[in-house]
Design a binder for this molecule. Structure first.
Ligand code: 0O2
Length: 212
């Protein structure tokens, strides 16, 4: 595929990511406008780079004409929560939305990956309106805590550095760090109410209240 064709192919994915980031960020604002704690801390969106799509297709033996059907994370949304308990609320919220149809769920929190990776993935479809009409695109929504995200970002950069040849000592350290992340999330959950109260008082004192 030439660059222009890739750009045309990826345009609806960009639109889907842009729209979903705006919509999900608005949920944070709605919670805050009501003076309520938001189970969503941050929303990040990205469209997979062309080189990463090609690399993933080659690795999985997917012909380029079929990436649309067989690569699920061309459009990716990441929802970051403060606490592990927030994840279930966010998943419920996502599943109840009429603009997203959920097709698959991957619970890497209950079933941690052998690398130590933890996150909850929802594979959904989302409709966008383009000049040529409605287009339905696949979107992967990853829901994880701040701590899980910290681990995943570090591990991802090391994976990139070592390109499949990560030294055993490094992967052992990462597994140890993953165990520490589980403990950190548990400890934070145990004092969740204290933390949320403190954050609310800070927001009120600092005048960080939405104008909606
Ligand atoms: P990138 O660069 O983040 O886009 P499968 O279900 O296994 O056939 P797939 O798509 O590999 O197919 O699914 P999986 O395993 O659920 O992975 C999807 C995405 O989750 C990955 O995309 C990563 O973003 C993230 N992920 C999965 N496993 C790990 C892991 O061990 N470490 C980290 N840091 N992230 C992980 P990509 O395309 O691999 O990467």
């Amino acid at each position: 595929m030439e660059t222009k064709m890739w750009s045309e192919f990826l345009a609806p994915y960009r639109l889907a990511v842009d729209e979903l980031v705006v919509k999900l960020n608005h949920i944070i604002e709605e919670y805050r406008a009501m003076g309520m704690y938001s189970p969503i801390e941050q929303v990040i969106g990205r469209v997979k780079r062309i080189s990463s799509i090609i690399e993933k297709a080659q690795k999985k033996g997917i012909p380029l004409y079929d990436v649309e059907n067989r690569i699920e994370d061309i459009a990716g949304i990441r929802i970051i929560c403060q606490f592990e308990d927030d994840i279930a609320n966010v998943i419920k919220m996502i599943k109840s939305r009429s603009d997203l149809q959920i097709h698959e769920e991957k619970d890497y929190i209950s079933n941690q990956k052998s690398s130590g990776y933890r996150s909850y993935h929802l594979i959904a479809t989302y409709d966008v309106e383009t000049l040529t009409g409605k287009k339905t695109v696949k979107v992967e929504i990853q829901v994880r805590t701040l701590a899980m995200n910290f681990w995943a970002i570090i591990e991802h950069s090391l994976q990139y550095k070592y390109k499949g040849n990560m030294p055993e000592t490094v992967s052992m350290r990462l597994k140890n760090a993953a165990a520490a992340i589980v403990q950190l999330d548990n400890e934070m959950s145990a004092i969740r109410n204290e933390i949320v109260d403190a954050q609310n008082s800070f927001r009120i004192k600092a005048g960080i209240v939405s104008q909606i």
